[in-house]
Design a protein. Structure first.
Length: 430
């Protein structure tokens, strides 16, 4: 049974501490093993990747790369209803992200000064896609489509093949629909390292995005600087805010929709109603019995789940901002009044009919969101994730001379005399 406690500042602080500690414990466990894999791949390229494929997956394909034509052929194995749903979801995601596009700009003044910013997509991006029991076609769409909208030059997808030697056809379908340019059948920390350094077969990328297990996440973290990354993703989280008008059967279902991801996932309900708290706990026990991942849900809710009964909606808002959850549902009478008050959440889901899975699969907003409290300063994956910006400056001679004394003054205060000299020499000669 999920625990029900009276909410207060100490309880909230304890939850924040527990959620952060579960991530750090995993990091320490994986650090040394991942560092060894990265160094081996850096030095030995494809040879190291093949060795790790044999070691961890039990085999390695003859060719690491699968052609787009082969991926298209595999789509014939997919359920037509699934393909149609995937196409509709892709269209929603594409439409949402098209509105995030930025334009390059040039600003001029009557005096002839020209300044501006060039905005372009990155040259090459790597998308990591998990395999096995965590094969999610929806994540392929969410990571690849924004890169395509940003006009990334080449999108390279890596995903481990199944035990039968073939990749998941549903993943291949998503890759084709989203617009991946190349596909490699490799996984794990070795795949991340291959993308970061480049190997005989795998091209070096500028940025790596996409979810993965603790070893994949740790590899991304350790390689940050050699290559850019989207974010360090921790276990999934959902926080639901509910008043007395909320429906306990909906609340229970939504909490478990995230708890089923992982035994370390977090599912928390904040409510101002003791009746709603009690009935939601009962609904969780009832609905759980019919779910395929019952054991995972049970463990997750027992260790990292809770129902906090708050005194008022202001306390709920305060707790939510402190927890900074990945997903935040507002199941309250007037959910829109909370938009300007909830500052720290990966994504908001407003009302009783906007459950978290709507965002995971279909609505169009990205489901790659900051976790572990990092929603305080990180944003969801977006078109911006795949852009590079360069500024440019042009000053005519007269305008530089007008500014010369100010620049020299600032440089001399910082004791950077060579900076001052670069201006002064132009002033002296004109």
């Amino acid at each position: 049974m999920i625990r029900i406690v009276k909410g207060n500042q100490a309880v909230c602080a304890q939850f924040v501490k527990e959620l952060k500690e579960r991530v750090h414990e995993n990091d320490r466990r994986a650090d040394s093993a991942v560092a060894e894999i990265i160094e081996n791949v850096r030095q030995n390229g494809d040879t190291a990747i093949r060795q790790y494929a044999e070691k961890f997956d039990g085999w390695c394909p003859e060719s690491l790369e699968l052609s787009i034509e082969e991926a298209k052929e595999m789509m014939k194995e997919c359920n037509p209803k699934f393909l149609a749903a995937l196409e509709r979801a892709a269209e929603n995601i594409r439409n949402f992200h098209m509105r995030q596009k930025q334009q390059s700009r040039i600003d001029t003044t009557p005096e002839g000064i020209i300044m501006g910013q060039r905005v372009r997509g990155l040259k090459r991006v790597g998308v990591y896609v998990p395999g096995g029991t965590a094969a999610y076609p929806s994540s392929v769409l969410m990571n690849t489509i924004p890169a395509k909208v940003a006009e990334v030059g080449e999108i390279v997808m890596v995903t481990p093949p199944g035990r039968n030697g073939a990749p998941d056809p549903n993943i291949m379908a998503a890759a084709v629909i989203a617009g991946a340019d190349r596909i490699f059948l490799i996984g794990g920390a070795q795949a991340v390292a291959g993308l970061a350094f480049g190997t005989e077969s795998i091209p070096r990328v500028d940025k790596i995005v996409g979810p993965g297990n603790i070893f994949v996440a740790t590899a991304k973290k350790q390689l940050y600087g050699t290559v850019d990354i989207d974010m360090i993703a921790g276990p999934s989280e959902i926080l639901v805010m509910a008043d007395k008008t909320a429906k306990p059967n909906y609340l229970a279902a939504d909490l478990m929709s995230q708890a089923e991801h992982d035994v370390m996932a977090s599912a928390i309900l904040l409510t101002t109603s003791e009746k709603v708290a009690k009935e939601t706990a009962e609904e969780i026990e009832k609905q759980m019995q019919n779910l395929s991942r019952k054991e995972i849900i049970e463990k997750s809710i027992q260790d990292f789940g809770a129902i906090l009964v708050c005194e008022n909606k202001e306390q709920m808002i305060e707790f939510a901002n402190e927890l900074a959850p990945e997903h935040l549902e507002v199941c309250c009478e007037n959910p829109f009044e909370y938009i300007g008050k909830l500052d720290n959440a990966g994504s908001l889901f407003l009302g009783n009919y906007s459950p978290e899975p709507l965002g995971d699969y279909y609505a169009g907003a990205n489901h790659v969101l900051p976790t572990s409290g990092t929603a305080r300063f990180f944003s969801p994956l977006s078109v911006d994730t795949f852009l590079k910006k360069e500024s440019f400056i042009y000053y005519p001679k007269n305008e530089l001379l007008k500014a010369a004394d100010d620049i020299i003054c600032l440089a001399e205060i910082e004791e950077l005399t060579a900076h001052a000299n670069a201006i002064a020499i132009r002033k002296e000669m004109n």
